[in-house]
Design a protein around this ligand. Structure first.
Ligand code: IPM
Ligand code: MG
Length: 357
């Protein structure tokens, strides 16, 4: 099992170190190979996704990805910015299905800005399409407006588009995920305004015939944003496009009060995947050993489950994380009075101790 290790920028390297430590305590043989990406890739070779890094990622069975980005690259032209690395990997490796579990751990109920009764026991799976939509749609660009009221004024434009086959492909992933959970799927779109969304909804309705055991419902994205804070527990599996999924998944993550806890998987047709925490590179706290490595460690667990065929090892890691929370170990982001504050490295060690005892 070959795993590409791409630590990236900011807190990326610190949290990846902890996830690798955890992997190395499992009784498995992994071949791990690291490469620079994001700002680190740019420093090493002038591009955020160096050719050698892309080659390594292509040939690995799975990819463990830390985080990319730093303010110091904000003035670079778009194609050289760290974010292009993750967008490039998603596109070149056809990682079209993004799974973002949003789980509120009982010990962290008080960390949320919402009332405990609204979020206790929260367990949502967001399935976000990752290869299409306005993120990648052509044409896009900057020009002088060719028509309209503001004719001649500088204009930026992007194209939202989805083909039926792309919607069907992500739809299958979502229906199958719903089948394994509570058989409830909410598809989120803006079908009252957008053609893209109308097609999306038609395809989802059509697909539902193949999954008579799953109850499909639809929601407009603006209402979904409202329902997510009003009654988040009414959702189970959610499926949506790239842009809406980007926004709603950050919103949903914050319901749990701790974006430092949420892993994610981005997988292709063959279950090869890239695994990364849902949070970013947090350059403001980089190098201080205060970052929470649990989302990264839980991402490694998802990797074992979805790409490496080791669900029992994934369960072990997830149980170990629950145990360290019960033992009241907390990094700064989830610290509450009465708990034991630990560093990034100590949190990794606590997970390993829980795993091996
Ligand atoms: C995410 C991030 C990325 C996205 C950025 C870093 C390009 O926000 O994974 O949600 O917009 O998809
Ligand atoms: Mg995002």
């Amino acid at each position: 099992m070959k795993i590409a290790i791409l630590p990236g920028d900011g807190i990326g390297p610190e949290i990846v170190t902890e996830a690798v430590k955890v992997l190395n305590t499992l009784d498995e043989h992994f071949e791990l190979e690291s490469a620079p990406i994001g700002g680190a890739g740019y420093e090493a070779s002038g591009h955020p996704l160096p050719d050698a890094t892309l080659e390594l990622a292509k040939h690995a069975d799975a990819i463990l990805f830390g985080a990319v980005g730093d303010w110091k690259y904000d003035s670079l032209e778009r194609m050289l910015r760290p974010e292009q690395a993750i967008l490039g990997l998603r596109k070149y490796l056809r990682l079209f299905a993004n799974l973002r579990p949003v789980v509120c751990y009982p010990e962290l109920t008080n960390a949320s800005s919402l009332k405990p009764e609204i979020i206790s026991g929260l367990d949502i799976l967001i399935v976000r399409e990752l290869n299409g939509d306005i993120y990648f749609g052509q044409p896009r660009g900057l020009r002088d407006a060719p028509d309209g009221l503001f004719y001649g004024s500088r204009e930026g434009f992007d194209t939202m588009r989805y083909t039926e086959r792309e919607v069907r492909r992500i739809g299958h992933v979502a229906f199958q995920a719903a089948r394994k959970r509570t058989q409830q799927l909410t598809s989120i779109d803006k079908a009252n305004v957008l053609e893209t969304s109308q097609l999306w909804r038609e395809v989802m309705i059509d697909l539902a015939c193949e999954y008579p055991d799953v109850k499909l419902s639809h929601m407009y994205v603006d209402n979904a944003a409202m329902q997510l804070v009003k009654a988040p527990k009414a959702f189970d599996v959610v499926v949506t496009g790239n842009m809406f999924g980007d926004i709603l998944s950050d919103q949903a993550a914050m319901l749990t009060g701790s974006i430092g806890m949420l892993p994610s998987a981005s997988i292709d047709e063959n279950n090869k995947g890239l695994y990364e925490p849902s949070h970013g590179s947090a350059p403001d706290i980089a190098g201080k050993s205060i970052a929470n490595p649990l989302a990264m460690i839980l991402s490694a667990a998802m990797m074992l489950r979805y790409s490496l065929g080791r669900p029992e090892q994934a369960n072990r890691i997830e149980d170990a994380v629950k145990r360290v929370l019960a033992q009241r170990y907390r990094t700064l982001d989830i610290m509450t009075p009465g708990c034991k504050q630990v560093s990034t490295c100590e949190m990794g060690n606590a997970v390993i101790a829980a795993l091996t005892h």
